[in-house]
Design a protein around this ligand. Structure first.
Ligand SMILES: *Cc1c(COP(=O)(O)O)cnc(C)c1O
Length: 390
């Protein structure tokens, strides 16, 4: 056994290299990557523009410190602020850190309003990360069990349920913010309705709460919009990003706008690595390629085609509960636990994931071709049918 701590139930395969939407294992076997490292490899593998940009940046400057100005970070903040219509950006290294920054912002906002014990509304089935604050915000007992005492100051409500939020609004004067995923990822690809998000925005305006979206998984073009909340034409006060932002180079970001902007001043928050030149070069190139290659619209189109393909092959098959998603964030819910499908797909040369026990989750790179999208449906649909029949 290796000395790697036993925190993941790993599949018995290791990859040596990748090209586009394919990866190759140590035996030279080729796999279609329909998971992208869990929504991370936006540009697939070995993307020539990313490889060149990273090689050039590594040859110039990898890291300095946030004690100095970082031009790449300033450029990235400008670009992100423009596509997200937000005012300012704090850079970190992961999704949980981006949410930590959001949680700290909300508490700071509350204290400035004279609320000594600020609370944040969070959702059932939410996933926000594995740090103490973010696992406390997460709506999954498995993530929390054994790590009590949890961080206090979270009020949980069912997802996509407006009356539940209205009830908290009427009864809890300590609430300062709502934090939710416009599309829940780990929870099983659950999509918040657009009218729910708009109503939530109105409550946040009425009650002077921060509207905070965790777009760590659904953001950066994946759902056929730059950010999933944009489908509802609402504007958040705070947004957490990570996963797909750097196409595999670790980077997270917490964006703030309006009443959430300008709260932090030097000394309130920080990160040694956050927003270093190398990570920012990865994110700058990711955003540039998304624009240059029209990958946001591609995600919308490809996702619609893939869902239509599965609907054609699987609708009416006993055991299929739902086929849903937005863009290239796709869930196929079965009526039973289906973790073994991950192994069966692996044997068939396809990387997929199962989350919330019963939901097949697909998060391919945004550079997927039409032929690869077709191959994905044609490989997976028969496996699902066989699994349900067996
Ligand atoms: C993955 C994920 C996180 C945690 O990100 P890490 O980089 O693993 O810390 C937080 N929120 C959502 C919605 C995620 O999907």
């Amino acid at each position: 056994m290796s000395h790697v701590m036993n925190t993941y139930a790993r599949l018995p395969v290791a990859f040596t290299h990748g090209q586009g939407c394919h990866v190759y294992d140590e035996q030279g076997r080729c796999y279609l990557d329909a998971l992208a490292g869990i929504a991370v490899n936006t540009l697939g593998h070995n993307h020539p523009r990313l490889v060149r940009a990273l090689a050039e940046q590594a040859g110039r400057l990898i890291h300095t410190s946030n004690l100095y100005r970082i031009r790449e970070q300033e450029m990235l903040a400008d670009k992100l602020a423009a596509v997200a219509a937000m005012d300012e950006v704090f850079f970190c290294n992961s999704g949980c850190e981006a949410n930590e920054a959001a949680i700290k912002l909300a508490r700071f906002f509350g204290h400035q309003k004279g609320i000594d014990s600020p609370a944040i509304i969070v959702m059932e089935k939410a996933f926000h990360g594995r740090t103490m604050a973010t696992l406390s915000a997460t709506g999954n007992r498995k993530v929390q069990a054994g790590f009590e005492p949890l961080v206090s100051g979270f009020v949980r409500v069912p997802f996509d349920d407006l009356p539940a939020v209205e009830q908290v609004a009427a009864n809890n004067p300590n609430v300062v913010a709502v934090l939710f995923e416009p599309i829940q990822g780990e929870g099983g690809v659950h999509i918040a309705h657009n009218d729910y998000m708009r109503a939530l925005r109105r409550i946040c305006d009425d009650k002077d709460w921060l509207f905070m979206v965790d777009e760590v998984q659904c953001g950066v073009g994946r759902t056929g919009a730059w950010f999933a909340h944009q489908h509802a034409a609402v504007k958040p006060d705070v947004m957490a990003l990570a996963k797909g932002l750097g196409s595999g180079v670790p980077i997270g970001a917490c964006l703030a706008a309006g009443k959430a902007a300008g709260l932090f001043t030097p000394g309130n928050h920080g990160s040694t690595f956050g927003g270093n030149p190398f990570a920012c070069a990865a994110a700058l190139t990711t955003l540039d390629v998304i624009v240059a290659d029209g990958l946001v619209d591609r995600a919308a189109q490809l996702g619609a085609n893939i869902r239509a393909g599965f609907q054609e092959q699987l609708t009416g098959v006993a055991g299929i509960v739902d086929i849903r998603g937005d863009g290239l964030m796709i869930g196929i819910e079965l009526d039973r636990a289906c973790g073994d499908l991950v192994n069966q797909a692996l044997s068939a040369g396809l990387l997929i994931n199962v989350t919330a026990d019963k939901v097949i989750r697909l998060l391919p790179p945004l550079v997927l071709s039409d032929a690869e999208a077709k191959q994905l449906v044609e490989t997976l649909a028969p496996l699902v049918k066989k699994f349900l029949a067996g």
